[in-house]
Design a protein around this ligand. Structure first.
Ligand code: PLP
Length: 431
């Protein structure tokens, strides 16, 4: 257990004083925290930012303005709107690059996560008779499993022999990175693609991504990263990590609203490679070099950017909340948020342990550098019942079959007091 977790004061006053001492506490005011249904004047204990982040208060007015521009300008809004629509996705590039540790040309705002995964696997999963397997970490999010299995089948292979899952060892709550590296070594030259989460959705484990990318490359495989639970949560350095491609969504820690526009990354070395134009890729007019986009020629000239994989003109209403959210991240500063996040998670962990009768095991790694703003509580057989009780008491968090309660103390809007309240309610539910 970390130092912060072992020396603690469980009083409410202490939680209040931690909030008062942290300048980042002011950002909570920028968000709508859903009210507690039992006490409408009080907010719920919202611990679900890993699933859907709270709405920034600035979003409705900004959407209103965009609609006014649409009403007033019609098609002219592409260039004349206050925030013109034609290049709208461009205005996210810098913030994406900075959060993802990428170069500007390596990132693009587009589609949803699973759609992007398919688009990039089309280019980066190139199975041959000898090298056709995909290795994933388990438990793996179902959408990724469906995407991977359907890609395998569409190339004429069988998921039964082509899909390798590396799972936690019997009796352990999260994966050992050495087991991932071991599996890569073991299957060696039959692996075409290693598709790894940045942060595992179930356990909240933040992997040593560069170590795994290195092992994948050493065995001759491509490395793709799913950052759904990592972006806006833990430090990400895609360029330096040397990942070949990555995808993420923006409605979890990035608070951009249900189904908000996602993102994709393609490493610069692929953008600069010979034969870039000929890479197998699904193509659309927004992937074309902008200089020739309106020439309306039948010949596709991919722009040497991640944008080469984008298909359509930007869905500005879906991009707007992403832009609003990223501006808040920028204002707060990611390094500051990470520092607060580490403290908040450790505090929550210590508060949970103070009410734990031994029936709950935290399966998220204990080391701050191996996790972000999530704790996964492995319960006994009473998991459902516990979840129902705390939900009725005003907590919003989720339950994942068969017996895990996931809670996310997000640094932008959760307070130390939220963590304190959560532990009180969990304690009462256990009793
Ligand atoms: C949330 C999440 C998704 C969701 O996919 P969408 O295409 O955005 O619906 C996919 N994969 C992982 C790992 C996730 O955590």
């Amino acid at each position: 257990m970390s130092g912060i977790a072992s020396i603690h004061d469980t009083s409410e006053a202490h939680a209040r004083s931690l909030d008062a001492a942290d300048p980042l506490s002011r950002f909570r005011e920028r968000f709508c925290i859903p009210p507690n249904p039992n006490m409408p004047n009080e907010s719920s204990v919202y611990m679900c930012g890993n699933s859907l982040g709270c709405m920034p208060k600035a979003v409705p007015d900004a959407i209103g303005e965009m609609c006014e521009d649409w009403a007033r300008l019609g098609v002219e809004g592409h260039f004349e709107a206050r925030d013109p629509w034609y290049p709208y996705h461009e205005s996210l590039r810098e913030d994406y690059a900075s959060l993802l540790g990428a170069k500007h040309d390596e990132v693009v705002a587009m589609n949803s996560l699973t759609a992007n995964l398919h688009l990039l696997m089309t280019s980066f999963y190139r199975p041959t008779k000898e090298r056709f397997k995909i290795l994933i970490d388990g438990p793996c999010f179902p959408s990724d499993v469906y995407a991977v299995k359907s890609q395998i089948r569409s190339r004429g292979f069988d998921p039964e022999s082509a899909l390798i899952w590396v799972k936690p060892r019997e009796g352990e709550g999260h994966l050992r990175e050495e087991d991932i590296v071991g599996a890569i070594d073991e299957h060696g030259d039959s692996i075409a693609l290693v598709l790894l989460a940045g942060v595992n959705f179930y356990s909240g484990q933040y992997y040593d991504v560069p170590r795994i990318v290195k092992a994948a490359h050493a065995s001759g495989a491509v490395a793709g990263i799913d950052l759904a639970h990592a972006v806006g949560n833990v430090p990400v350095s895609l360029h330096e990590w040397d990942a070949d491609f990555a995808v993420w969504c923006t409605y979890k820690y990035l608070n951009s609203g249900p189904g908000a526009v996602a993102g994709a990354f393609v490493h610069e070395r692929h953008l600069n490679r010979a034969g870039f134009k000929e890479m197998p890729r699904y193509e659309g007019w927004w992937g074309n070099d902008p200089a020739g986009r309106f020439m309306m020629t039948p010949e596709f000239e991919p722009v040497r950017r991640a944008d080469a994989w984008s298909l359509s003109n930007p869905p500005v209403l879906g991009l707007l909340p992403v832009k609003v959210s990223l501006a808040i991240y920028k204002e707060a500063g990611f390094a500051n948020l990470r520092e607060r996040s580490i403290k908040l998670t450790a505090y929550l962990e210590s508060m949970i342990e103070s009410v734990n009768d031994g029936s709950i095991t935290i399966i998220t790694p204990r080391e701050p550098e191996r996790r972000g703003a999530q704790l996964s509580l492995l319960t006994g057989t009473h998991g459902r019942e516990l979840h129902t009780k705390i939900t009725e008491a005003g907590v919003i968090c989720d339950f994942r079959e068969p017996n895990v309660i996931r809670i996310a103390p997000t640094p932008l809007y959760n307070s130390f007091h939220d963590c304190w309240r959560f532990a009180q309610l969990l304690g009462s539910a256990i009793a």
